[in-house]
Design a protein around this ligand. Structure first.
Ligand SMILES: Cc1cc2nc3c(=O)[nH]c(=O)nc-3n(C[C@H](O)[C@H](O)[C@H](O)COP(=O)(O)O)c2cc1C
Length: 350
């Protein structure tokens, strides 16, 4: 095949093909007696590899190294295997980022499409804010937060949504200050084996974060599995009649948990993770916290979301639980690293 034919077949420019060959992304291409490139089957296979792996985000340097090792012969089989495994990890990481970006996009598109129908762009449901801003909501929040503060000696004692937001900002600033010193601290929780991570996760995002928290704290993991699983249709936030929308619109709904109960006895630190649904905790989280006595355990909510913050979901859960020393929670991106999680956990002073 001529270079022109290869360009047409793979929709790639001749400059790129020449560049790949010049820097070693592909081995030297077969040439005619007159020195003209004549892409044979094996040359084409290298071009296909290069296009495929570059499209998937594999760095040029890795491809160059692979071709170099290949040309050195069988003594580099181990090195090539390792390099391919490394490349695989790189591409898996990239795929995770794509999945998260797609999920965020889907969420945002959904919100915009809803706005096209209703004329109002809302990033999350107003229900929670409306409730917070009613006098009853304010009184309940103040009483609940004050009682948490008293029992847990937690620093938060806010009486309005605005103050809560301000406290989150302050605490994030403190987190940053702590994190610069954090790397010298060997143990991130005193309790180790007494730590439990509870998680509810429909599409695996929060579960991924929970797994990492369990890893770094050497904790046990308990997954809340709904008795009736949530289907894609159930989770359709654009459908006002979908199961999630209906459940989240009714603060009294308590979906049944299908997983075996867990004995909380002996756990001193309990992380509780969930996705944000319409600005709040999924109702099944309320089922969970109302089913258990957290005693004196320190309970730390965490969540993932498309973009919304943790809002008052943590304080709602604390209020519904009625036991445990609840700390302020935090929202994470699904791809939060173990290092970031360690910094956060260290900043909690457990
Ligand atoms: C019914 C429903 C409602 C959601 N509402 C919000 C929201 O209000 N704000 C937000 O940022 N993300 C929202 N999301 C996106 C999820 O919070 C996000 O994708 C989360 O990371 C999913 O976690 P999971 O994979 O552990 O289930 C919603 C998702 C669903 C299914």
């Amino acid at each position: 095949m001529t270079i022109k034919e290869v360009c047409e077949k793979y929709d790639i420019t001749a400059d790129t093909l020449r560049y790949y060959e010049r820097v070693g992304v592909i081995p030297p291409v077969t040439r005619t007696a007159g020195g003209i490139r004549d892409y044979r089957k094996e040359d084409i296979a290298w071009v296909e590899n290069a296009i495929c792996f570059r499209d998937a985000g594999m760095p040029v340097e890795m491809l160059i190294e692979y071709v170099k090792l290949y040309r050195e012969g069988d003594s580099t089989i181990d090195a090539r295997t390792n390099l391919l495994k490394e490349a695989r990890e790189t591409i898996l990481e990239a795929r995770k980022k794509y999945d998260i970006a797609l999920e965020k996009l889907d969420y945002k598109i959904g919100r915009y499409e809803l706005a096209q129908k209703t004329g109002v762009l809302k990033w999350f449901d107003d229900e929670e804010m409306r409730r917070l801003l009613t006098i009853t909501g304010l009184v309940m929040s103040a009483v609940m937060i004050a009682s948490c503060a008293a029992s847990a000696e937690a620093p938060s004692e806010q009486s309005s949504a605005e103050e809560t937001a301000a406290a989150v900002t302050e605490s994030e600033t403190e987190d940053t200050a702590v994190s610069s010193e954090a790397s010298d601290m060997p143990d991130i929780t005193e309790s180790g084996a007494d730590t439990l991570v509870v998680v509810f996760s429909c599409t695996g995002t929060t579960k991924g974060v929970a797994d990492r928290i369990a890893d770094v704290t050497d904790a046990d993991l308990y997954e809340i599995v709904p008795a009736v699983p949530y289907t894609d249709e159930d989770r359709d936030w654009n459908d006002e009649n979908s199961r999630c929308t209906v459940e989240q619109n009714d603060p009294d709904v308590r979906p049944e948990i299908g997983s075996d109960p867990i004995d909380l006895e002996g756990y001193e630190v309990i992380f509780i993770g969930y996705p944000i649904w319409f600005g709040e905790e999924p109702r099944i989280m309320d089922t969970f916290v109302e089913s258990y006595d957290f005693g004196d355990a320190t309970v730390i909510p965490f969540c993932t979301s498309g973009s919304s913050d943790i809002g008052s979901s943590g304080t709602n859960l604390a209020a519904n639980a009625g036991s445990g020393n609840w700390l302020e929670g935090k929202r994470f991106d699904g791809d939060v690293s173990e290092d970031e999680l360690i910094e956060w956990i260290e900043s909690l002073g457990l």
